[in-house]
Design a protein around this ligand. Structure first.
Ligand SMILES: [Ca+2]
Length: 117
């Protein structure tokens, strides 16, 4: 019985960590202006102070999906190391739109270095 409990705890830790993400949202482009750290294991709605006010995002080397509406609905953009315009969401058509953030699908393929810009 104890083994089952330990196994369950370890398994849930692995499952949750696989979806864990962290991001810093900035009100202005170029990672300037007021900022807030957001993290989660699934979909998270950003606080109303930052709803529709984010202009640049630091993904801390991870992959996140940003959504136009709450509960990870509406237009979506994927941000990951090597993707364009973390520092200027306007270039993605996403300035002052971000309302929720979620993880990227697991086992996303690595972007070949040659395709990075
Ligand atoms: Ca929005």
């Amino acid at each position: 019985m104890q083994c089952v409990v330990i196994f369950s705890v370890v398994l849930s830790a692995v499952l949750f960590s696989a979806d864990a993400w962290r991001a810093t949202l900035h009100r202005d482009s170029g990672f300037r202006g007021g900022s807030i750290d957001v993290s989660g294991n699934g979909c998270v709605n950003v606080g109303k102070d930052f709803n529709d006010r984010t202009s640049s995002v630091n993904t801390h080397g991870g992959c996140i999906r940003i959504y136009q509406h709450g509960n990870c609905l509406g237009d979506m953009k994927e941000l990951f190391p090597g993707s364009a315009a973390h520092d200027n969401l306007r270039a993605l058509g996403f300035n002052d739109k971000l309302t929720s953030i979620g993880p990227c699908p697991r086992r996303r393929r690595e972007v070949p270095y040659s395709l990075r810009k």
